[in-house]
Ligand binder design. Structure first.
Ligand code: ATP
Ligand code: MG
Length: 361
């Protein structure tokens, strides 16, 4: 039951939209795809179907990028979503897998400790010892399951995986085959199998992709939102979705506060005010859209539980401070300077200035 879990998978949360899209979808579908590329695009970017069904936008950003991502998955090349933190790489990957395969759960979380078994297969040791190597003793990885089922496998944070483990993807991606020498057999991928990997720009260099592996991927770089309006739209949408799933009162996230948080983040990120007049310093951490979303969700919870339910400047001030000041000395200086030179002087921002001053001591 989707209502009883804290966070349903995309294919559960949007089951009705996916069914409606499938019903109206008379375009050609690549083998094993649940939807045509066209319908997948509409699922990600949102649309209204001829019968009036509204498909909510999941990704807000350049259409062409999503088109390239979807088209790639219909070829024999895998897809690498690259970008700075908080640019919706994981989010887009989950929704693509949900729309194309109806299943976003075939997931390998990449870490420095990810071992080959997580990409190939492992063994149920009790059975292995009792019966010797057999199909029943084999524990398939999410990638192997995706190969057998003709679905998409997701590999998160690919560049954090040690290079030799990454390389076990090469045969899988080029031959579409995974040898299983212990059983003197191999798994051959069914049509529909492909891989979506994500990687963070900032991790680059930790374990760079080998060129052999890179050649198997088409890279799509997800950008930070272009304009403040686009970012406000993303944040508004996500805060109200998250608020609903956490049973927070609807609509308490006032647009004014959302705009304010987005403005602060964009200015600190860009190193100047929106009007271009004042140069400001950037703090050490990333102030992505994702952080803006969590500052506001936190603020909504404060307002709901300890205020009158309406989001006010002092509900977001602490969250902003926490997001901006990651390094207690350098970032604090950056923040105080921003407060005094920008926030203090701005029309209509005096409540916010006071709330921040109180916290900053
Ligand atoms: N352009 C966008 N459209 C829709 N949602 C967005 C956009 N940018 C960011 N978000 C939201 O930001 C949140 C974080 O995104 P996500 O976790 O996918 O980021 P990420 O790129 O994987 O970051 P990381 O590199 O830290 O893993 C999600 O809730 C997502 O909805
Ligand atoms: Mg991610």
């Amino acid at each position: 039951m989707t209502e009883t879990v804290l966070r349903p998978h995309a294919e559960q949360a949007h089951a009705a939209e996916l069914a409606a899209l499938a019903e109206h979808d008379d375009r050609q579908r690549p083998p094993s795809w649940r939807l045509s590329p066209w319908a997948v695009l509409n699922y990600l970017l949102g649309t209204t179907l001829p019968d009036g069904t509204v498909i909510t936008p999941k990704y807000i950003g350049p259409r062409r990028l999503i088109e390239v991502a979807i088209a790639t998955l219909a070829t024999d090349r895998a897809l690498l979503l690259l970008g700075v933190p908080g640019t919706a790489k994981t989010w887009v990957s989950e929704h693509l897998a949900a729309a194309i395969s109806g299943d976003s759960t075939l997931l390998v979380q990449g870490t420095a400790g990810t071992a080959e078994e997580a990409i190939r297969y492992g063994w149920n040791y009790a059975r292995l010892i009792a019966e010797g190597p057999s199909e029943q003793a084999l524990v398939p990885s999410p990638v192997l399951r995706a190969m057998r089922e003709g679905r998409l496998a997701r590999v998160e944070e690919l560049t954090r995986i040690p290079a030799d483990v990454q390389d076990s993807l090469i045969t899988i991606l080029s031959e579409k085959t995974l040898p299983i020498p212990e059983l003197e057999s191999e798994a051959q991928a069914r049509p529909g199998f492909n891989v979506i990997a994500t990687a963070n720009n900032r991790d680059k260099g930790v374990n760079e992709l080998s060129s052999a592996l890179r050649r198997r991927f088409n890279t799509v770089v997800l950008p930070l939102p272009d304009t403040a309006e686009a970012e406000v739209e993303i944040v508004t949408r996500r805060v109200s979705d998250l608020g609903a799933s956490l049973a927070l009162p609807a609509d308490s996230a006032g647009l004014a506060e959302i705009r304010r948080v987005v403005t602060v983040f964009r200015e600190l990120r860009a190193g100047r005010t929106e009007d271009g007049r004042i140069a400001v310093k950037s703090p050490s951490g990333t102030l992505s859209t994702a952080e803006a979303i969590s500052v506001l969700t936190g603020g909504v919870a404060l307002a709901a539980h300890f205020g009158d339910g309406v989001l006010r400047p002092h509900d977001v001030a602490a969250g902003i401070l926490g997001a901006v000041v990651k390094d207690p000395s350098a970032d604090r200086v950056v923040w105080m300077e921003y407060l005094e030179t920008v926030v203090r002087e701005r029309d209509g921002w005096s409540d916010f200035y006071r709330a921040c001053r109180e916290l900053s001591g």
